[in-house]
Design a protein around this ligand. Structure first.
Ligand code: RNT
Ligand code: ZN
Length: 422
C-alpha cells in the first residue's frame, strides 16, 4: 500500500513535470471540485426498481445481462450500496433516480398515480447524506408500453397515460429541487420505435411533439427543475426507427430552450459525442451527458477511460463549458460486482476530466493556429504518458478515499460481508 508520504512525493514530482509544460496541477485539482458526477441508481439492481418485490427490466429496447449475486432488492440495500460507493470515490456525487425507484411501501402505485410522497424518503436521505438528486420518468417495463409506443402512441388512452406519468415526474422533480434547493435534471427518454420499416414515421413524431408540448405547458422555476430530452438511434426491437431521434430532440430542445441529453451509446458507432458538444453548445444553454460504453451496440457496459470519454471531457474543458454540462452516468452490467461497476465507472469519468484539465491547451492551440500539426500531434501523444494517474491518486488521498488499487479489496470485503448475504 502506498504511504501518504510517497503519494505526496510522487505528486510533487508529477507537478514539476507538468509545470515544465506550463500545466498547473494544483489549478487542475481545484477545478475538479466543479465536477459533480450524477451516478445512476439503476446499476445496483439491473434497472428493476421497487414497484413490486421482484421487479425486472422488461422491454424498452434495453437489456441488462448477467446474474452476478448481490443485486439490491430493497431501497435500504440500494442506499447502503450507494453510501458505500460514496466512500470509495473522491469528488461530489448526485444520485439519479428513475420513477420506479419510489418508496411505495409495498403498495401498488401505477405510473400515472405517483406523487411526491413516494419520494420524500429519498429527499430526506439525500439531504442527510449530501447528495443532489436527478430524476427520470420510467416509460418502459410496463403493460402500457408493451407495443413499443408511449408518448408517441396512436392509442390516445396509452399516450395520455404516459403524458400524465411524465407530467407527474416533472412535478415531483421540481419539488425535490425546491426541497434540496438544488435544481433537479428531469430527463425524458422513451423507447418508442419500430422493429421493421414503418410507413408512418411522421404521425408518431407529430404525436411525440404534441405530448411534449402538453407536458411542458406547465412551467416550473429553473432553479428547481431542468428539463432534458434524450435521443436514440435504435434499440432491441426498434431497429428500423426510433421516434425520438437526435434530429427530433435537438430541434425540440433548441426551440423550447431545454437541455438535450447526449448518451454516447445512442449514435452510429463511428460518430463521436465529443465532436457534437461544441456544435450543440452554440444553440442550447446546457447539456446532459449519459456517459456509457457501447460494445458493438448500445450495450451499456461499465464506463472505462477510453478515447471516447477522453474526447468528451477534452471538448468540454477546451470549450470552457464545465458549468454548462451536467455529467450523468448510464450503464447497467449485471455480470460483475455492481459496487465495483460504479466505482470503476465514476473514477474513469473523473479521470477523463482530470486528463483534460492537465492538457497544455494554450500551447496546443498555438501550434494549431500556426500550422504546426506535427508539434500538436507529438504533444498530444506525449500527454498520454504523463503521470496523470499520480495526480488522481493525490486527489483521492486529499479527499480521504482509497488510493489506486486499494478499493478493490475493500469491495471484495463488502461483497463477502454484505452482498453475498442478500
Ligand atoms: C436507454 C437510455 C436511458 C436508459 C435509462 C435507464 O437507451 O439510455 O437513458 O438507459 O433511462
Ligand atoms: Zn441514457
Amino acid at each position: 500500500m502506498a504511504t501518504k508520504e510517497s503519494i505526496k512525493k510522487a505528486y510533487q514530482l508529477a507537478r514539476e513535470q507538468y509545470k515544465s509544460l506550463k500545466v498547473d496541477t494544483d489549478a487542475a485539482l481545484a477545478k475538479m471540485k466543479d465536477i459533480t458526477i450524477s451516478m445512476h441508481c439503476w446499476q445496483s439492481d439491473d434497472v428493476g426498481g421497487f414497484e413490486t418485490p421482484d421487479a425486472e427490466l422488461s422491454g424498452g429496447g434495453i437489456q441488462a445481462t448477467g446474474n452476478y449475486p448481490g443485486k439490491a432488492r430493497t431501497i435500504a440495500q440500494l442506499r447502503q450500496d450507494i453510501e458505500k460507493v460514496k466512500t470509495l470515490v473522491p469528488g461530489k456525487l448526485r444520485l439519479n433516480l428513475h420513477a420506479i425507484y419510489g418508496d411505495f411501501q409495498n403498495k401498488k402505485v401505477d405510473r400515472d398515480k405517483i406523487e411526491i410522497k413516494h419520494f420524500q424518503s429519498w429527499i430526506d436521505w439525500a439531504k442527510k447524506k449530501g447528495f443532489g438528486l436527478d430524476f427520470n420518468p420510467t416509460c418502459f417495463s410496463h403493460p402500457m408500453a408493451e407495443d413499443g409506443f408511449t408518448l408517441s402512441s396512436k392509442n390516445e388512452k396509452q399516450r395520455k397515460f404516459w403524458v400524465e406519468h411524465v407530467k407527474r415526474c416533472r412535478k415531483i422533480a421540481a419539488e425535490i429541487g425546491r426541497q434540496l434547493n438544488n435544481p433537479v435534471v428531469n430527463n425524458i427518454w422513451i423507447p418508442d420505435g419500430s422493429k421493421d420499416t414503418p410507413v408512418d414515421r411522421n404521425t408518431h413524431r407529430a404525436l411525440l411533439k404534441k405530448s411534449l408540448d402538453e407536458i411542458f405547458a406547465v412551467k416550473y422555476p429553473k432553479k428547481y427543475l431542468k428539463d432534458s430530452v434524450e435521443s436514440k438511434l435504435f434499440g432491441i426491437g426498434s431497429e428500423s426507427m426510433v421516434v425520438g431521434s437526435h434530429e427530433f430532440y435537438l430541434g425540440y430542445a433548441i426551440q423550447n430552450k431545454i437541455l438535450i441529453c447526449l448518451d454516447n451509446g445512442h449514435f452510429h458507432p463511428t460518430e463521436q459525442v465529443g465532436d457534437k458538444i461544441s456544435s450543440i453548445l452554440q444553440f442550447v444553454d446546457e447539456l446532459l451527458l449519459h456517459v456509457t460504453r457501447g460494445v458493438r451496440w448500445d450495450s451499456d457496459h461499465v464506463v472505462i477511460f477510453n478515447d471516447e470519454i477522453q474526447l468528451i471531457a477534452q471538448e468540454i474543458v477546451r470549450a470552457k463549458a464545465l458549468k454548462r454540462v451536467n455529467i450523468g452516468l448510464d450503464y447497467f452490467d449485471a455480470s460483475l460486482n455492481r459496487i465495483g461497476a460504479y466505482v470503476v465507472g465514476i473514477r474513469a469519468a473523473q479521470l477523463a476530466f482530470l486528463f483534460a484539465l492537465l492538457e497544455p491547451t494554450d500551447t496546443l492551440r498555438a501550434y494549431e493556429e500556426t500550422g504546426r500539426t506535427f508539434e500538436r500531434l507529438a504533444s498530444l501523444e506525449l500527454m498520454k504518458t504523463k503521470p496523470f494517474g499520480v495526480v488522481y491518486d493525490y486527489y483521492c488521498a486529499v479527499n480521504k478515499v482509497p488510493v489506486g488499487e486499494e478499493y478493490i479489496s475493500i469491495i471484495q470485503k463488502y461483497e463477502k460481508e454484505v452482498l453475498k448475504k442478500r
